[in-house]
Design a protein around this ligand. Structure first.
Ligand SMILES: NC(=O)c1ccc[n+]([C@@H]2O[C@H](COP(=O)([O-])OP(=O)(O)OC[C@H]3O[C@@H](n4cnc5c(N)ncnc54)[C@H](OP(=O)(O)O)[C@@H]3O)[C@@H](O)[C@H]2O)c1
Length: 381
């Protein structure tokens, strides 16, 4: 009988000593391997995001004269367009609202004095839209395409709650939009053996399954896989295809944080590290966040995001009700005012884009195009 628990344990394990030695050896090798992996990750992150050694320069000389940015009228899209204008690219903006296009074009022209024009295009309108864009871009040396356009849910929803129209719009804009724009511009890049396609998706693309975001997450995963596969198709042919996976950016400067940089900071970081790989977070903070999250087991992620999204869904429904009531009130009190005034109030209340009325000095109206009646690619209505 052993006189101490430790001695008892030793006696108990004695017959298994060779096995324990092997386990210890395996543990040491596995631990060392992980330490190496960790060091490699930190060093390559340092090289990519801080030293930027080996990045592919985003310059006119390297790529070509023109840069096309779709979804260019807000947040990240505008930030990329501004940064590219600063790098002396001539800019083509593609957006869904004439007024926003004009404002963005004017901002770019005022700040950098570069040539810029806008193409008004609704990506939900089908194949015709992309044929028109192709025609408008014919003859231009487009060296860089930024596929930024995307729509999300207004709040997380169960799949069956998503209207058919919303789902088809999302797929048309997020999936078909980037694919068709790439299909339109890649051939001329390959012909010149230079060019770059940046597909902005989201960190959700590589996250474990995220309930109540099913269609958006699947669309982002498509863009991610599409970019990676195409990247390897283009290796050695002069064209770089890269997916960017931001986590959060925050336009409101009062609410920016270390985890959610403002769009212009994200865009600058991302453009400075293009070309290391077929896919990247774009900003070191998002890369770090992605690295930490990979240790979260899938089941924990699914359980956590499901809870959070169910909460956000309830909040979203409440806010929608409040907005709807406010709108009804306006309409109720608008009997005395003209139809135009009612529509204007309704628009500002629901924060819809303004109407297509103003002329812009910065957009070449011959090139600016309104696509109202394209063939419908997926949806039929
Ligand atoms: N913001 C973030 O925190 C965040 C995080 C992760 C990933 N991302 C990704 O970053 C990209 C941009 O995000 P964002 O937040 O800047 O998006 P956003 O503000 O919602 O901008 C979307 C852009 O797409 C345009 N657009 C919308 N519907 C369109 C249509 N039917 N046809 C043509 N254009 C249309 C919008 O133009 P109008 O305004 O004129 O409609 C706008 O310029 C997306 O790919 C998104 O997945 C963003």
């Amino acid at each position: 009988m052993a006189d101490s628990p430790l001695r008892f344990l030793r006696e108990l394990l004695d017959p298994y000593e060779p096995l324990l030695d092997r386990l210890f050896l395996f543990g040491t090798v596995y631990g060392t391997w992980n330490v190496f992996k960790c060091c490699y990750y930190v060093l390559s992150g340092f090289r990519r995001y801080i030293l930027r050694i080996g990045a592919s320069p985003v310059t006119v000389a390297k790529l070509g004269e023109w840069a096309v940015v779709n979804g260019a009228t807000t947040s990240l899209g505008t930030a990329f367009a501004l940064d590219l204008a600063e790098r002396n690219f001539k800019i083509i903006l593609i957006g869904n609202s004439d007024t926003k296009l004009q404002n963005t074009a004017k901002e770019i022209e005022d700040v950098f004095g570069t040539e810029v024009f806008g193409i008004l295009a609704d990506f939900t309108q089908g194949l015709r839209v992309f044929e028109d864009i192709k025609e408008l871009l014919t003859g231009l040396e487009v060296g860089l395409l930024v596929n930024n356009v995307a729509v999300r849910y207004d709040y997380p929803k169960w799949f069956e709650e998503l209207s058919t129209q919303r789902m088809l719009h999302l797929l048309n804009i997020d999936v078909i939009g980037a694919s068709m724009m790439t299909h339109t511009l890649l051939p001329q890049m390959l012909k010149r053996e230079k060019g770059m396609i940046i597909n902005i998706c989201s960190s959700i693309a590589t996250a474990p399954p995220t309930p109540l975001m099913t269609v958006y997450q699947s669309a982002m995963s498509y863009i991610h896989t599409f970019s990676q596969a195409l990247h390897y198709e283009c290796v050695g042919r002069g064209v770089i295809v890269q997916a960017l996976l931001p986590s959060f950016v925050q336009e409101n400067t009062e609410r920016t944080s270390i985890l959610a940089p403002p769009p212009h900071v994200y865009a600058r970081h991302a453009l400075n590290q293009i070309g290391f790989s077929s896919s990247s977070s774009g900003h070191w903070v998002h890369a770090l966040l992605g690295w930490v999250l990979q240790f979260v087991p899938d089941s924990v992620w699914v359980w956590w995001t499901r809870g959070v999204n169910i909460n956000l869904r309830s909040k979203g429904i409440d806010e929608k009700l409040v907005r709807r009531t406010a709108l009804l009130n306006i309409l109720k009190h608008s009997k005395d005012i003209s139809f135009e005034e009612t529509v204007t109030r309704k628009r500002s209340q629901s924060q819809l884009a303004p109407t297509l009325t103003q002329e812009s000095p910065t957009i070449d109206r011959r090139r600016s195009h309104s696509f109202q009646s394209g063939n419908i690619l997926i949806s039929k209505h």
